[in-house]
Every structure is written in structure tokens, then in C-alpha cells.
Design a protein around this ligand. Sequence first.
Ligand code: WT7
Length: 643
Amino acid sequence: MNYTFQLKNIEEYKEAYQKSVTDPEVFWETIAREFRWMKPWDKGLNWRFEGEGAPVIEWFKGGKLNITENCLDRHLQTIPDQPALIWEPNNPDEHYRILTYRQLHQKVIAFANVLKNNGVKKGERVCIYMGMIPESPIAMLACARIGAIHSVIFGGFSAQSIADRIKDGNAKFVITCDGSFRAKKTIPLKSIVDDALVQCPSVERVIVLTRTRTPVSMIKGRDVWWEDELKKVETMGNPDCPAEEMDAEDPLFILYTSGSTGNPKGVVHTTAGYMIYTAYTFLNVFNYQPEEVFFCTADIGWITGHSYIVYGPLAVGATTLMFEGVPTYPDAGRFWEIIEKHKVNIFYTSPTAIRSLMAQGESFVENKDLSSLRVLGSVGEPINEEAWHLYYKNIGKSRCPIVDTWWQTENGGIMISTIATVTEHKPAFATLPLPGIQPAIMDPEGREITTPEAKGNLCIKFPWPGMLRTTWGDHQRCYDTYFSAYPGTYFTGDGCLRDANGYYRITGRVDDVLNVSGHRLGTAEIENVINKHTNVVESAVVGFPHPIKGQGIYAYIITEKEILQEDASLAIADIHETISRIIGPIAKPDKIQFVKDLPKTRSGKIMRRILRKIAEGEMNNIGDTSTLLNPEIVENIKKGKMN
Ligand code: WT7
């Protein structure tokens, strides 16, 4: 494995960055040639961010390839016996598994044939709801092998959320497990899927893998066992499964994410651009060296898992480690034990994980050998300086660079980040844009601020290969959400500042999107669910700073009948139950305050700014309330603030 695009020093970074701006098409085409194509592309890039039908984003259109040939077949000639995937189970007493590139290839081929046998065709959507086991990436890659579009659903989402996603994608196929292990608990995945399927007549086939031996209901004609289906293809001999020829711009997957309005939207990523972008960013940001072990702690149900457990590492022939459990089971030393056991070289986790483990004391780290570590990464939310320093000292022993990687589901891969051993890190800064990324900071009037030091809203001016192409089933929504606020650019929804050296610090969302433990949630989405609850008239949800989770959820709720003091805790538990059922437990508010009214403007709009200030505890800094229709309510809400 040797890629000419691996940057070695700051000069190479500067040169690459310059090239990527002056001639982006040639820059990415040169990189694309290091991958395996069935047919070359017609045009490097077609794009238009404005006007009718926009956005138009096409990279390498007309080129034919299959991502699994690049992630698997290609490596069989060079590193067939190198571990592709190391899997560490929830329970440390269960044996870990290692799949070499040859073994992973074989498993993907076999399951791709299972999918074919079950009628899955190119372009069809397949929902995957299975937890953190090797069969998850196997299922994803098997879909990609035959050109089916996977839609992975995070294991913490409810039956209703699964149903919404199945319906939105009109999926006929679901792949799941009987259950999944999480610390001491077993989550009955198939049973949750069954609840979802009551609403989804489009689903023709459910393939169920055995993991926990949780009793499940299997419906004749619809539900089949993964193991039985595998036996069927195995008795057919040792069939190959030729990789389906895909256009560079054929969809690879849909992944749902929350925004400031409406239901979650299906972000669509396509084949070649996504592959090249995840490979390029993985190799460079983490400075991956042959045979190193890379451990990304994200869940496969989020974009980080897609891009940096599966596609990015495999595309460059890396060894990727995947962990089924939680960081605190059996104790808060679990991550460090895994690093010691598998001699992990690169460790990629979230600020929430760092903060919560550090809060448990250093004893869980002190007795572990972390000397294999060379690079540390952070993702998902801003990392505060205190957490940064603890990570640097206690885990990296002050010798490992920290790459604070800023990016989003819509971006496909890392956008602004330190590049390990190439560029300098700076606590709490994502630092510099990667080659190919052209950030712009906008002032309140929508003009780009061109001075080095700047503060404002973050946009990206030029397409990059990993960016979203559309939102599934609703292209207009893609335009409205990302391309309409600042015409001609992609708007990230994040605020940021730039220092005199051109280093970027991402300060958090400027829209009504919350980031709770690195999980993205729309306030409107949570409000809609709360409003469904009986007795609720109206609600407003805002974020507040949370020492561990980064942001916590604060809900103000108006009820029809007054909730008596002695009934409050039950009423809160009831609302939690409604949210868990409709979205999932991750969206439960940390604090609920029952109020008589919400501060509103004369046009009836809720003044969230005021509610945010109160939730943040900034009681004396509420600002102007004179434009309110009901200014007297502010004092009332302040008095009832939940601590
Ligand atoms: C939002 C995207 C893509 C990784 C997983 C989250 C925030 C992400 C950072 C960072 C500050 C960050 C942003 C962004 N975010 N990484 N390094 N520093 N903020 O993906 O669910 O699409 O959320 O996460 O606010 O907009 P996501």
C-alpha cells in the first residue's frame, strides 16, 4: 500500500492545498487514478450551486467502478492475510474476532449472494438495523457489491424512527439481528423491527442474524435466518459474486440526519466521490502507516462509522477495529484495555467519551500500556480546552498529536482538521481546511469576511468529492436546507472563528440543531413529539451547556391542565416515554419545566433567545424583552427554572 497522495510535511500540504484551489478537478482526478476503475470517467466535475434544479454536483460522471473492488478485491493481491477488521465484543470474556482481507472478501461475496437470492436488485434500498458486529459492515459491503443502496439505522432509534426511514426510502428489505448486547443489557432488535413493520407493508424480506439468542417471532414468507440463507448459497458450491458495475454518481447509501425543521432527511452519498474522499482524508488526517491498527469508537449507524470504520480504512487497506460495547463496561478502563490488547496505534473518539471517562478518575488509565498509541482523534462536537489537555496528557502521554476533526454527515468525510505529523495542532481548534476544502466565513449581511481574523457563519464555497448530492426523495429540500441561505455556497449551520494564522475554531450550531453527546437532534423534531403527548399545548426545546454531554436538552412545556407539584415527576416520566417511543431514548430532555406560557413576539413567534439564556442560567443577561407580547412571563419562567 503506497499512495502518492499521502502528505509528508507542511510543504506538501501547502502545495496540495494550492493545487486543490487553483485546479480542483485535476487535483482530485490525479488522486482518483490511484483507485480501480472499470471504465474511466467522462468529466472530473460538473457543478452548480444556484439556479433551477440546483444543487448539481457530479464527480467523475460516466466512470464505472465498484467500491467493494477497491475496498476488498484490490487488496487480495497485496495484503490478503492482513487483518482488515478486528472486532472486540461487548463482553471481554467472549473471544474477539479477526477477519483478514481474504476472509472479509469471502464473507461479503457470500452475503451478497444471499441478498441476490432474496431478490435484492441494483438501486433498491436495504435497511440495516443490527448493532456493532462484523456482520454490519459485511451487510453494508454486500449491498454495495450488488449495487443496492444501504440505509443503516442507529441501534438507539425507536420502532417509529425505523418505520419513518423505511417508508421514506420505500425499502423492501431489512437486515437485523435477534438482539444486540450493550453493557449488561440485551436490546431486542428484531422485536423493535417487528413493531416498525406493522406500518411498513413495503417490506418483503427480513434477514435475521443470530447474536443474542433472544426469542424472536419469525413470519413465514417474510422473515429468514441469515445463517440458513448462507447455507443455501454455500451448497451452491463456491460461487463468486462479480462486482456490479456502478456509475461514479450512483447512490451508495442514505443516512438520515436531523435538521432545524421537519423530520430527519435522507442524506444521499454516491459512489466514487465518497470513496475517494474518505480514503484521502483517512490516510492523511490520521497519517495512517501500513499495518497500523486504527480504532474508531463511533457507532456504525452514524456517518463517522460509515466513513472511518468501514469505507475510508478499507479503501486504503488499513486494519480497522470495531467495538460492540460501551466505554464504561465492565469498567471505565474498557477503551484503554482494548488499546493495550490490540496495540492500537490510532484512536478516534468523541469529546463526550473523553470527558465522561476522565470524570471517573485516572486509575482506569494508569495501569494500562498505551505505548502503541501514535495519533489521537476527536470528532462530533467542539472539544473544550480542559478535555483536550486531559486527552493529550493522560491518554497520549504528551507525545501524540490530536487531530480535532470537524465535519458533518452531509460532508462524507473530514473537512477541517489538523493533519497528524504534517500540520500543528492547537487546543480547541480544528485548525486548517484539508486540501480541496474552501471555507468562507460570512457576516450577518451574507458577505464573506476576507480578513484573516474573522467570526461568523461557516460556509464552503466549492464542491468536494465527499459532499452530499441530494436529500432522498426531495431535491428541493436539499437546496433549501444547504444552498439557499448564502447563494452560491454550501451553508454548514455552524458558527466559527478564524485566528490570525488562519486556524478555524468551530463554536457550534447557529441553527436550531442540538448536539448532545455528539448526537445531532433537531429542536423542532423533539417539540413535535412532545406536542403529541396528551395534555401538552405547546413546547419549546433549547440546548444548555452540559459538563459531560457538551449540550443538554431543556424543554419548556405548556400543559392544558396544571401539573400539580406531586405529579410532576410522573408527568415528566410520561413525556420521556413518549419521546423514547417516537424518536428514541437519545432525545429525552435532561430538564423539563412546566410553564404557563412561552415568551412570544407580537407575531406569535417563540423567542428562543430568551429561553436559551434562562436554560444557560444567564438570568441577568436576558436582553431586551420590550418587543414581547407577554414580557411578564419571563420573570415567571425564571423563577421556575430547573437546576
Ligand atoms: C455537527 C455535525 C461528522 C462527525 C459526526 C457528527 C458538530 C462535528 C466537530 C468538531 C466542533 C463539531 C458540528 C457539525 N461537529 N465535529 N470537531 N468540532 N464541532 O456528525 O451528526 O452530522 O453533526 O457536529 O456542529 O455541524 P453530524
